[in-house]
Design a binder for this molecule. Structure first.
Ligand SMILES: CC(C)(COP(=O)(O)OP(=O)(O)OC[C@H]1O[C@@H](n2cnc3c(N)ncnc32)[C@H](O)[C@@H]1OP(=O)(O)O)[C@@H](O)C(=O)NCCC(=O)NCCS
Length: 171
């Protein structure tokens, strides 16, 4: 069984600078390190993730994101510092059968080292395993890093609302 196939297993990603990381499914007890991740992110990064001026996640929001009934949330930490969460990846269910919704937040200090690209690939594996046939992503048209990440997964635009693009990734 692959790393992605077991609930308790971590998935290894080595960044372009050689740093080893582990990505695992989130649990409700991760609320505090996930809130810390949000606090360390810039306003700009949080705005690109949530399309709103959001300072962090409330306990209620985290309960929803970490609830297996709603989808899969993954958290990433350096291999040497398991309690320090540096990225959150969400593959959430939608009201469309077979369509998951992908979102990623990488802490500013850890961006541009290949983590977002690797997390998107891993999220596609997770989504396939969960029976989805495609992933939807909502991305600001100005968000070049995320658009680069999604291009590598053959994402195509299916609509737009103002300056926000709706993309579909076939799985
Ligand atoms: C988008 C995001 C997830 C990408 O994560 P990342 O770890 O930086 O991704 P990578 O290091 O794999 O880089 C992806 C691409 O963006 C480019 N990139 C990364 N940071 C960049 C920056 N600050 N400026 C320009 N390009 C950048 C990389 O060069 C790479 O392009 P390439 O594949 O053509 O070389 C991350 O920037 C992030 O969390 N942003 C804030 C939240 C967000 O935008 N989420 C997406 C909406 S759901």
């Amino acid at each position: 069984m692959s790393d992605a196939g077991r609930r308790d297993d971590g998935h290894s990603i080595t960044l372009t600078d050689g740093t080893a990381t582990r990505t695992r499914e989130a649990a409700s007890v991760d609320l505090v390190p996930v809130q810390d991740l949000h606090r360390r992110c810039s306003l700009g990064s949080r705005a690109l993730r949530y399309h709103a001026g959001k300072s962090g996640l409330s306990p209620t929001e985290w309960r929803q994101l970490s609830s297996p009934e709603r989808g899969t949330t993954l958290v990433t930490a350096p291999a040497e510092r398991a309690d320090h969460i540096i990225a959150m990846t969400n593959v959430m269910g939608t009201d469309q059968r077979g369509v998951g919704e992908l979102a990623i937040l990488v802490e500013d200090a850890w961006q541009a080292r290949g983590l977002g690209t690797a997390l998107a690939e891993h999220a596609a594996t997770v989504a396939r395993r969960e029976g989805h046939h495609s992933l939807a992503a909502t991305v600001a048209a100005s968000n070049e890093p995320m658009l680069h990440v999604l291009e590598k997964l053959d994402a195509r635009p299916v609509g737009a609302t103002g300056s926000v693009l709706d993309l579909r990734i076939p799985l």
